[in-house]
Design a binder for this molecule. Structure first.
Ligand code: URP
Ligand code: ZN
Length: 464
């Protein structure tokens, strides 16, 4: 017995057409006009779009920052993801100092297995380079299915690595089928700027963006891409937030560097004005990089429509305003960095991207699912609607009209930065490997997410 989604419009990164989709077991079995078999369950999805399940390329669930732990763990974070139409998340397993990468993988498996409502994979954030790491990287790609690594150029004294490590990791990556990802902000400069502000008694969150200028991001992007050029390695820049960083990415591409860029809804929809208050509420928007100028958001929208930005992740890294963000009430540098977003990514990008004509429906699908699947070794299992692919499908009701309100969200954090944002369109039903995990907007209360062993990174796969 299968399930047939009847009467919808299938949208992929390249096509948009009327077709009934038949799911059998965990896979998409057939698409067409005569796919129903005896005993099939038929679900009418007239007037709805069928999108491939969303892939959020950037989350931080159950992350201990040293002073606190993110409000969302794998249970609440992936429940929120699925309700918003995201069926796969890629979380940053993060190595603690002194730990092997294998230990970090095991820590993250423990956090996620049996608790996740979405499928999940890990990138590995390397924070402590040592002699065995190059060997461990090979092992992670080939034995653990972790084909992407991240290095931080920011967070001096904790996560930041030096240029020698950047270069060594870049050189290693093409040898082992890995893609290196980079958090690009100059941590040394930021640390100095923070010290200067605090010494002047300037402690409120409005000094967070001032001490994290766009030029510190641009410099780090340009540096990484010069090192990638020398190492002849591809690079993935996470959460690009400003026009100048995008310009450096374009310049590197013109020189032949293979570079991919991710941005996030917050950098497209929120601005620096969120910090313009002397009360502590600006802490709700403290993230790194910080929100930028309107002109930066415009450049990012242009980058999306022209294909200069490849993926849209959320960098969901949630901290409660009461009890967590207020760790920095007397010192903005102690405010835990990050905001929630995993539940709202599709709704926001559909409403403010597709319906405003800034991106097409096909670009929307490419950005929220297909390109992430290709870059991170999951395509065509994930990221598209095609026979043989996992039956991860979002039945999208384009007639829904509503407003984002914190009290109606599933995520386990006490605010949303998108409070009162209007939203058009919504995930009505969501299927994860053929199982209906959201029924008429309601989550089925059994977590059935599975670990994704990802393929190594090959440039050819991504380009096709
Ligand atoms: O502010 C942010 N982005 N927090 C999450 C950790 C990171 O920098 O990606
Ligand atoms: Zn992040």
């Amino acid at each position: 017995m299968g399930i047939v989604l009847q009467g919808g419009t299938v949208v992929t990164a390249t096509d948009c057409y009327q077709g009934d989709v038949r799911l059998e077991g965990e896979k998409i079995a057939a698409i067409g006009s005569q796919v129903i078999q005896p005993d099939d369950e038929v679900i009418s999805v007239n007037g709805c779009y069928l999108f491939p399940g969303g892939i959020d390329t950037h989350t931080h669930f159950d992350l201990n920052t040293g002073t606190t732990v993110t409000a969302d763990d794998f249970s609440s974070g992936t429940a929120a993801a699925v309700l918003g139409g995201t069926t796969t998340i890629l979380d940053f397993a993060t190595q603690n100092k002194g730990e092997t990468l294998q230990q970090a993988v095991e820590n993250w498996q423990q956090k996620a297995v049996g608790k996740s409502y979405s499928d999940f994979g890990f990138h590995m954030a390397i924070t402590d380079w040592h002699e065995q790491i190059e060997q461990e990287m090979f092992h992670l790609v080939h034995d653990e299915g972790i084909s992407s690594f991240k290095l931080y150029l920011a967070y001096k004294g904790t996560l930041q690595v030096d240029d020698g490590v950047l270069f060594a990791a870049l050189k290693r990556s093409p040898q082992i089928g890995a893609l290196m990802a980079f958090h690009c902000e100059n941590g040394d400069v930021i640390s100095q700027l923070i010290k200067e502000k605090l010494a002047q008694g300037l402690v409120s969150p409005r000094y967070h963006p001032i001490s994290h200028p766009a030029a510190a991001e641009q410099e780090a992007v340009a540096r990484v891409l010069s090192l990638a050029e020398i190492a002849r390695a591809p690079a993935y820049i996470v959460h690009v937030s400003c026009a100048s960083a995008l310009e450096s990415i374009a310049a590197a591409r013109n020189r032949g560097v293979e570079v991919y860029a991710e941005s996030c809804p917050q950098y497209l929809l929120l601005h620096e004005s969120c910090y313009e208050t002397d009360d502590f509420t600006a802490a709700k928007y403290v993230m790194s990089p910080p929100l930028r100028l309107m002109s930066d958001t415009q450049a990012l929208w242009t980058g999306l429509s022209r294909g200069a930005i490849n993926t849209l992740g959320t960098d969901h890294c949630s901290f409660n305003y009461a009890g967590q963000k207020d760790l920095g009430i007397h010192d903005f540098s102690k405010i835990p960095n990050g905001i929630p977003g995993v539940e709202n990514r599709l709704g926001l990008m559909y409403t403010y991207g597709v319906l405003t004509g800034k991106i097409t429906l096909n670009q929307f699908v490419a950005l929220i699912a297909t390109n992430g699947a290709k870059l991170f070794g999951l395509f065509p299992q994930k990221g598209t609607i095609a026979p043989g692919s996992d039956a991860d499908i979002v039945v999208w009701d384009p007639t829904y009209r509503g407003m984002i309100r914190q009290e109606t969200l599933r995520q386990r954090v006490d605010y949303t930065p998108y409070e009162r944002f209007a939203q058009t369109g919504k995930a009505r039903h969501v299927f994860l490997r053929g199982r209906q995990v959201v029924v008429s907007g309601k989550l089925q209360e059994e977590p059935s997410g599975r670990y994704l062993f990802r393929k190594p990174f090959y440039s050819e796969t991504v380009k096709n």
